[in-house]
Write a protein that binds this ligand. Sequence first.
Ligand code: NAD
Length: 494
Amino acid sequence: ALGLTGWTAYSIYELRHPEEQFEPDPTKKTLVILGTGWGSVSLLKKLDTENYNVIVVSPRNYFLFTPLLPSCTTGLIEHRSIMEPIRNVLRQKKATVKFYEAEATKIDYEKRVVLISDDSEIKGDISHTEVPFDMLVIGVGAENATFGIPGVREHSCFLKEVTDAQNIRKRIMDCVETAMFKDQSEDEVKRLLHMVVVGGGPTGVEFAGELQDFFNDDLKKWIPEIKDNFHVTLVEALPNVLPMFSKQLIDYTESTFKEEEITIRTKTMVKKVTDKFIEAEVTNPDGSKSLETIPYGLLVWATGNAVRPVVRDLMSQLAAQKDSRRGLAVNEYLVVNGTENIWAVGDCAITNYAPTAQVAGQEGAFLARLFNTMAKTDTIEKELQALSHEQSLAKTDEDRNRVFDEIRERQKQLRRTKQMGPFQYSHQGSLAYIGKERAVADISWLSGNIASGGTLTYLFWRSAYLSMCFSSRNRVLVAVDWIKARLFGRDVSR
Ligand code: NAD
């Protein structure tokens, strides 16, 4: 047992202190990967980094397991439990990978360079520079859609990044404590304790469910005075929530929300946001429209994705992108249309599939296979060149025949590696937690929908999410957070 422990300690030590230094190899192509989200990290995980000089650029030096981000808003899960340091991912690669914590501000296609900017609080002498590339993968994701609605950016919280979840967590408790302030009027208490979520997609639904759980499990026990006024409302412009799920699952979600006393306001489109209320256009049952003012304490804006400026700028440089609106149009090998050495993965790429973590992950893994294959092809082609040179120098028939056989063998290998088909997405299913220990799932391999509550679904949801966590370390941390919340309740300190 001691031997095993010693060996483990030694291998960890080995991993933490990679011997090799990063020296870009001039014989290899430089592959720059932008982003550390689902697409880029799944590419990195499977990429044979010995074939390229790999450089990763991202303003976030960690991978974030986004499916559990809604749980961070209530303190059920601590945010660090779902973060995996990118340095930890990179140090496990065979060849050293460079990482720059910076934002890519511009991709200059003509010059084949990415302009990067270090936006961290501590600045060195250089905070803006250029990174040249031979091959580029764009996996920068998307930003929050606001549709230019006035007041959204100033007054609402988004739910994309760790800082967003932290802001929401702080804001929930701020609203509660301010509502409890001495001599607060009843209307103001009601406003402060009104938690409004805009957008009935999975993000909005999961957050509303988590928030109501927080209230039921902990808040109302710890601060019983808020019991009658704390209220969650989900606002959606379309006639129903979760449009990507089947009618059965939508009905199940809506009836669960009703039991939980979460109000769903469908056919309600938010048009304006101020610091204390939202203005929405409501479509009445007779088809007429009316304007309504809804006061709120917390406003969470979850209306989907918009194109990031760096991606929009690249699109403007490429004639082939002029008809694309929602992101980078790519071909079936994920090559950005109008380029031959830029690929795009995840939410910044437009494919036939919804912009989900599952799609981005599979796209990243596909690119890793593609790049590994391309490197292999390059090697075989170089070997073929050398062999044909050897053949021309061969003096005897025996030599010529031997080289000829080798050439045939390499050509066969080359045909095999060149046969890699285009990207194909395999849908494993969708899963959304809806609160009250219930989840909705459409599991494609079971060719059916699971809409159920109770212990089994809850355990299924939890084990599915646990198994999808990035590392064993994340898995342990998340499980411990769940146990902690069960035993002691969530931490309601601000
Ligand atoms: P979404 O695009 O799925 O939903 C946004 C919703 O906001 C839409 O239903 C839209 O009608 C509504 N909306 C837009 N403007 C509005 C307005 N002014 N007023 C009221 N409602 C308005 O966004 P999302 O939930 O952030 O999801 C983004 C992507 O990520 C989707 O592809 C989704 O499937 C995926 N996702 C999946 C999961 C999961 O599978 N559990 C979880 C989160 C996100």
